[in-house]
Design a protein. Structure first.
Length: 157
């Protein structure tokens, strides 16, 4: 399963906005430059995010975008859904009785992949923008780095 570019960029841009929006709007060109995303593509993504009620736009001279809600209240899953990127590991419609095989039956592993999709959705719906900004989401590589730092710090004492 892969997450589409639009969803990944939407999450990257929203995290950037959440980390850099200190009461004033943030210009999309700044986000595009920091995150190395095409400005044109980012404008399309933010139109979807605005329609979903995740951001608001300011059209005054210092215009840009702000979060529509607190970064604690915006979930990564909401951003991905607003970007129109489904979170699914199955080829057919989730929950449908008709499968994706030629005879319209479900494959033997259909329930496995559908449950994986559900678990991914649950996880992404449990993580807020604040969690990402404040580095409360720590991948395995982060744990290894933290342990290496702890060892190096202890050795230096």
């Amino acid at each position: 399963m892969r997450l589409g570019t639009r969803a990944r960029y939407a999450v990257m841009a929203m995290v950037d906005l959440a980390c850099n929006c200190h009461g004033s709007p943030v210009c999309l060109a700044e986000i595009a430059e920091r995150q190395e995303i095409s400005l044109c593509y980012l404008e399309q993504i933010f139109a979807k995010l605005r329609r979903a009620g995740l951001v608001t736009s300011a059209r005054d001279p210092g215009g840009g975008y702000r979060l529509a809600r607190s970064r604690d209240d915006i979930r990564i899953g909401d951003i991905i859904l607003a970007a129109d990127e489904p979170i699914q590991a199955v080829r057919c419609t989730p929950g449908a009785a008709i499968g994706c095989r030629g005879d319209r039956s479900r494959c033997l592993t259909h329930d496995l992949w559908e449950e994986l999709s559900n678990q991914i959705h649950l996880y992404l719906s449990s993580v807020s923008l604040a969690d990402v900004c404040e580095k409360r989401v720590l991948a395995t590589s982060g744990l290894v780095q933290r342990e290496a730092y702890r060892v190096a710090t202890a050795a230096a004492k």
